[in-house]
Write a protein that binds this ligand. Structure first.
Ligand SMILES: Nc1ccn([C@@H]2O[C@H](COP(=O)(O)OP(=O)(O)OP(=O)(O)O)[C@@H](O)[C@H]2O)c(=O)n1
Ligand SMILES: [Ca+2]
Length: 495
């Protein structure tokens, strides 16, 4: 007689169970003996465990973050981010200095759209922030009107049903550092794995531009104002960051147009002509003190489309010689040697993607040749080729492309080899690259300073363990039933 002892904690005592029915059960239906009931229970547990595992593995992880709303009040526009971009296509809030209430009004339509997008039951616990950048820094620098604009914006935003957390002007250092946090958070480089190289962040706006990266050779001592220390997930990061106010592309353009002979402009396509107001140029705080004594109110701005001449004019707004540190980028600002990969976003991306120059594996000479060809293309032909593009942007792409190459190669000293370390990006994993996500993560403490206590097993470990147990149980269930099944299927022997 062949006994198939099965010893298992699941089975009732004695701990071993013969799978053949005892003699007193002979001839009776084996399916309602205690043995089969226990084994059936085991089978049910196994099946439930398997189903549980299947559900666990497929369920969406709980939203590890809530909705959050950050308004990026830039110099040229305001964007509202709720993990989707709701762009307000008007001008930056700093443009409403003379009529601050319009600044609040300019946000209303988009915020109403946001109100529809965030589930109503989540409104109260959804934090709402407004961060203003270089446009408001310039306004604050130039006048006290920035307070009136922020107040008007505050009143407008407080009318919405979200958890309003305040409107403020970010420092250039914050804007650069939070852009770096966003890029590395989205790229999973801020994880517990120490020693993972981080990605530098290059942000080009309308009124300022930021560069932020970790350099092993930089400990912050040479220029403390360029040093930001983060402790994230138990790792310490000593970040180099600098924000160049007035070196966003719009302000840089104004600075080149202040150059005296700037009536015939090699940075604009041949045939381009426009009547412009000198006050728009000299009202900018970036050109305060540059205004010549006697100038007409208007000038005719003609394009001549010459890349090499444009490069010369663009270089004239940088100071590459003055440097009191061991090494500088430009205008006497310390910059350690570049290190690692860089993500270049905002206007870097807008411009280079329009010009079809986002492929940085292209040799730099080829990039320059393509740009020179674009700059020399007649304006009428450009407009015919791009009827869908706002002429305000379209007219500026020759300048902007030339400015970006000058800023990267001559300003930040990227060599032609290091140029391929730059990636022009708009999004990372479906989230826009920019300072807003990093800002909100910081304010909502979403990135812990210390690594979260690592569970005995990672989530997947628990799933695997339960899966294995479920499968073993199921096999046990089948094995235990087999002999019974065999016996049941055979006619009982009459002995
Ligand atoms: N589709 C677009 C959108 C914007 N731009 C240009 O890109 C710059 C805007 O970049 P952005 O980062 O949005 O600037 P702001 O945040 O408004 O400026 P800042 O960060 O300096 O405050 C502006 O010159 C704008 O003309 C562009 O060329 N194409
Ligand atoms: Ca910006």
């Amino acid at each position: 007689m062949f006994l198939f002892p099965v010893c298992s904690p699941f089975l009732t005592s004695p701990s071993c169970l013969s799978v053949f029915p005892p003699p007193e059960m002979k001839g009776k239906n084996p399916w309602n003996t205690p043995t089969t009931i226990i084994i059936t229970v085991i089978g049910i547990i196994a099946i439930v465990a398997l189903v549980t595992v299947a559900v666990l593995q497929n369920r969406h992880l709980p939203q590890k973050y809530k909705y959050g709303i950050v308004l990026d009040a830039g110099s040229s526009h305001t964007s509202v981010y709720i993990y989707k971009l709701c762009q307000i296509y008007t001008v930056g809030i700093s443009s409403y200095a003379s009529a601050p209430w319009k600044a609040g009004e300019s946000l209303r339509a988009c915020m109403q759209d946001v109100e529809q997008q965030v589930p109503k039951k989540r409104h109260r616990q959804t934090p709402l922030y407004l961060g203003a950048t270089a446009g408001m820094r310039l306004l604050k620098y130039n006048s006290s009107m920035s307070d009136g604009v922020l107040q008007a914006v505050e009143e407008a935003l407080q009318k919405f049903p979200f958890s309003y957390q305040g409107a403020r002007i970010l420092s250039g250092q914050e804007e650069g550092a939070f852009g770096w946090v966003t890029v590395n958070y989205l790229d999973d480089r801020l994880s517990q794995v120490c020693g993972l190289e981080t990605t530098g962040a290059l942000d080009l706006g309308g009124a300022s531009t930021q560069i932020s990266f970790v350099s092993d050779k930089y400990n912050g001592s040479e220029s403390p104002s360029n040093s930001v220390n983060f402790r994230l997930y138990g790792n310490d990061y000593n970040l180099y960051t600098h924000s160049f106010l007035c070196y966003g592309k719009d302000q840089a353009l104004l600075m080149t147009q202040s150059v005296p002979e700037m009536l015939n402009d090699p940075c604009f396509n041949p045939g381009y002509t426009a009547i412009k107001n000198y006050s728009k140029i000299y009202d900018s705080p970036c050109l305060s003190g540059w205004k010549p004594q006697k100038i007409p109110t208007h000038f005719t701005h003609n394009g001549t489309g010459n890349f090499q001449q444009c490069q010369r004019i663009v270089k004239s707004i940088f100071n590459f010689t003055h440097c009191k540190y061991s090494q500088c980028s430009f205008n006497g600002i310390f910059q350690p040697s570049l290190q690692g990969q860089f993500g270049a976003f905002s206007a870097y991306y807008f411009v280079m993607s329009f010009l079809n120059l986002t492929d940085t594996t292209m040799p730099l000479e080829a990039v320059k040749a393509k740009l020179a060809h674009y700059c020399s293309t007649p304006w009428n032909q450009i407009k015919q080729q791009h009827p869908e593009v706002n002429e305000k942007y379209l007219a500026g792409y020759c300048f902007s492309g030339t400015y970006i190459l000058t800023l990267l190669m001559e300003g930040y000293n990227f060599t032609s080899e290091e140029y391929s370390n730059i990636k022009f990006i708009k999004k990372i994993k479906d989230s826009d690259a920019g300072w807003t996500l990093g800002y909100m993560l910081n304010l909502t403490n979403m990135i812990p300073a210390e690594a979260p206590d690592s569970p005995l097993l990672p989530y997947s470990g628990y799933v695997s363990l339960v899966t294995i147990m479920a499968i073993l149980l199921f096999i046990l269930f089948i094995l235990c039933l087999c002999p019974l099944w065999t016996r049941c299927s055979k006619q009982p022997e009459i002995v």
